[in-house]
Each structure stands twice: as C-alpha cells, then as structure tokens.
Design a protein around this ligand. Structure first.
Ligand code: SF4
Length: 447
C-alpha cells in the first residue's frame, strides 16, 4: 500500500461510512491495542448564548462517536478528546464546558469512558519546529501514542483551506497562536501552520465533509451538505486531497505548499494514491475569502459596501497577521459601519487591523484597532489624528468610542447584541432538513 494513500468515501450512514473510510485508507492498521489515543475534533467557535449553525463549522459528533466506537473495537481504551476553543475571554472556562456537554462529549465520557479535556486547562510544552519556530503544544497530544485528527472540510478566509494540519492549531497555547499570526512576511501564518504536524505522534486524519464550508471557518460562511469523508494515515495527503475536493489546486494553498516542500514532496497529488470516489467526480468549487474593492475615492472596503456607495472610510482587507481574537470583532465592526451609513461621506477615516498594516497618507483620522496596531503605528508620520483602541483583543466599548470620535456613529446596541449575532444565521438553514442538528448529538446520550 502506498504510504500516501487517501480514501474518499461518500457519507451514507452512521458507523458504516466512517468504518469504510478507515478500512479503505488502512489508516489504523499500525495502531495496536492498549495504546493512548488523542482525538482532536474541530470546534472553531462556540457560544452558550444562542443556537448557531454548526454544519461545516464544527466536527460532527456523529464522526467523533463513530471513531470512538471503532477505536474501542480495536482494543483502545485510553482515549482523550481534546480541544482548545477560542473564546473572547481567554479565562472563559464555561463556554468550552458548555460545548463539550452540548456536543455529547460528556455522554461519551460517561458511557464509553473517554476523557474530555479543555486544552486550556492543561500544561503546554515548548516544541522546536525548526528554523527558529518554537510553539507550546498541549502535553496530552504530545504524550499520546496516536492522534486521530478530525477536521471539517472547510475553506478558510486566511489560509485558503483549514484541514488536518491546520486543525492542530487548536492544541497550542494562546501566545503561540498569536505568534502564528505574526508580521514577518517570511515566517507568516502559512509558514507556521505548515509545521503544526511535524512533531506529532503518528496521525490518522479523517476529514469530516458531511458538511463543508465556503468562506469559512465560521458560521458566517456558506455551509453546504457535501456528504464526503477523506481518510489517510498521512495528514498532508489527506489535506492535499481535501483542498482539491474544495476546488483548490493544493499547490496554490500556501501552507500546504510549504508542508509539501518541507517533506520533499510534490503538492500536486502526483505521489498520492486516491482510492474510493474519484476526486474529480465529487469535487466542487468553494470560494475561500471575502471580496474587497476599491471605491472611487481610493478607499478599500468589502465589495458589498462599495456597491452600497459607502464613502469616506477605508477599512483594508484583513491580513494573515490578524488573530482569531481580533477577527471576532472585525466582522462586527464592518456590520456596524454599514448600518451607520446615512448617505453622507465620512471625513476620510481609515481603520487598520492586525500587526502589519501601515496608514495611507492623506487620511484625516486613523483608528488603530488592537494593541498590535497601536504599537506599530501610534507615532507614524502619515497619521494626522490617531484614534488608538488598545486591548488584546480590544473591548467593544472602546471600539464604539473610537468610531464615534471619528464621526462614524455606530449603534452601540449592535455591539451589545454581539452574543446574539450567531443565532441570526440560523435563519438561512430553516426549513432545510439536510441541515440536521442530530449530527451534533451523541447516540450514546440518547440511549
Ligand atoms: S491585538 Fe489582535 S492581532 Fe494583536 S495579538 Fe491581540 S488579538 Fe492578535
């Protein structure tokens, strides 16, 4: 069997489909009974405030539970499910606990004896990934004998796709996550992400494509029922196939191209043995990012805002240096600006984010969002009036004050209702039975 074998299987029914993906890929063939196994699902977001769309955002519990059953059949009893969910407050322990309970992981713990860990509660260990890259990884995954990596088949607005390699970012500590989104154009997010799997125990990757996500990674993407599973004992091969299934040439996905080069392998699938469904037959185009456009006055905004005729404010497109924590607030700020537009151009306002952006000369007011932007540009000679919003991430109330100072009268109620916002997206999936909440419940919990 090729070391780079990938199985592509249509999802048809519980257990049988995951079993077929496992068997066809041969991905558990080297796993011996009695080993310690760490399962890494993808819970990129959670809120306990409202029900929100999970399809294509979070690994289905169906796939997690099927993997637990298959592992137990193979004599694996020491199983840990671990995830480090990004929350607005890094000290928030209630939201991850709510996620684990709601997704049925607590039921799997009680019924099947698996351990469930919030990575943020556990120690981290520094790992040298070469070329001066050192990140702090969760000790449970590092000390396991075998990893089951369960990403979602999704596109990502920054890294094009987020699959098996990128899913491991959820096992590093917060300083390491911020470090991944650094301002160094050479060692950027793609460079860092490419190395996340390099010092792991052996990994079996099963990409959960029951649902997929266009313009992910979150609930604001276009969520689709896709009914595919991708499995491999080689995480890079799984990711290369996953990218192709999402309609992207994997060689053009920067972190996958880096990861292939680091392994002296091609990124074009030419050394991958694909079994099961033919990739060309089941692939479908998934866009990865949000279009931005330049207005006549030279300012940059999301394309729909330019189309709306919004003028006098420039909000350049997010870059790789913006961390997830600031990304949460970015979409909200843009929505607030759109609602605040009353048809009168604002006074040449620019909003800068992340760590790398530099001010555009000729603007009258420059809002620097987040402590990184403040540090990078507070004394920049091209800024006429600096409006700093410190904080990591910045506080919503400070953002409101900053926009008001710039003359952009955003509605504070929008920021106050930010916890409710994910719930509004549920409307899109109402009356569509293919979007089934049952995929996020453990069968063990129903018995
Ligand atoms: S301010 Fe924003 S971009 Fe800077 S480290 Fe904090 S979250 Fe990341």
């Amino acid at each position: 069997m090729s070391p780079h074998r990938v199985a592509i299987v249509k999802y048809e029914e519980p257990l049988t489909s995951v079993r077929r993906a496992v068997d066809l890929s041969g991905g558990l063939d080297d796993l011996r009974a009695g080993r310690r196994v760490f399962i890494k699902p993808n819970i990129v977001f959670w809120t306990k405030a409202v029900p929100f769309p999970k399809w294509g955002v979070i690994t289905t519990t169906r796939v997690v539970e099927d993997m637990v059953i298959i592992l137990k059949e193979r004599g694996i009893d020491d199983i840990t499910i671990g995830e480090g969910i990004v929350t607005r407050s890094p000290k928030d322990r209630e939201t991850p606990a709510h996620a684990f309970n709601s997704l049925g992981y607590d039921a799997l713990r009680d019924r099947c004896g698996v351990k469930v860990v919030n990575v943020m509660d556990r120690p981290f260990r520094k790992v040298d990934l070469g070329d001066g890259v050192e990140l702090g990884f969760n000790v449970d995954i590092l000390d396991s004998d075998f990893v089951i990596d369960l990403p979602v088949l999704k596109c990502h607005s920054q890294t094009v796709v987020s699959l098996g390699i990128k899913n491991l970012k959820g096992t590093i500590d917060i300083p390491s996550r911020k470090k991944c989104h650094n301002a160094d154009p050479e060692k950027d997010l793609n460079f860092m992400a490419a190395r996340l799997a390099d010092r792991m125990p052996p990994i079996f990757t099963l990409i959960d494509g029951i649902y997929s996500n266009e313009r992910g990674p979150g609930f604001d993407g276009k969520l689709r029922r896709t009914d595919l599973l991708v499995a491999s004992a080689d995480v890079l091969s799984a990711d290369l196939a996953g990218a192709r299934l999402l309609g992207h040439d994997p060689a053009t996905v920067p972190h996958l191209a880096h990861a292939a080069a680091n392994r002296n392998r091609p990124a074009d699938l030419s050394d991958v043995e694909a079994v099961g469904e033919r990739i060309a037959d089941v692939a479908s185009p998934h866009a990865h990012d949000h279009a931005y456009a330049q207005a006549e006055d030279g300012s940059w905004l999301p394309a729909p805002m330019v189309k709306d005729g919004i003028r006098g404010i420039s909000y350049p497109k997010y870059d790789l240096s913006m961390c997830t924590y600031c990304s949460f607030l970015n979409g909200l700020a843009l929505a607030a600006i759109r609602f605040a537009w009353k048809g009168e151009p604002w006074d040449k306002v620019e909003v800068l984010t992340g760590k790398s952006m530099r001010p555009t000369p000729g603007m009258n007011k420059t809002i620097l969002l987040g402590k990184c932007m403040v540090a990078a540009n507070k004394d920049h000679p091209d800024i006429r009036e600096t409006i700093p919003v410190k904080g990591c991430p910045p506080k919503p109330e400070d953002m409101i004050k900053a926009f008001h100072r710039a003359g952009v009268m955003v509605d504070p109620a929008l920021f106050e209702a930010m916890d409710q916002m994910p719930g509004f997206y549920m409307e899109r999936y109402k009356g569509r039975p293919e979007f089934d909440e049952g995929f996020f419940k453990a069968i063990a919990a129903r018995e």
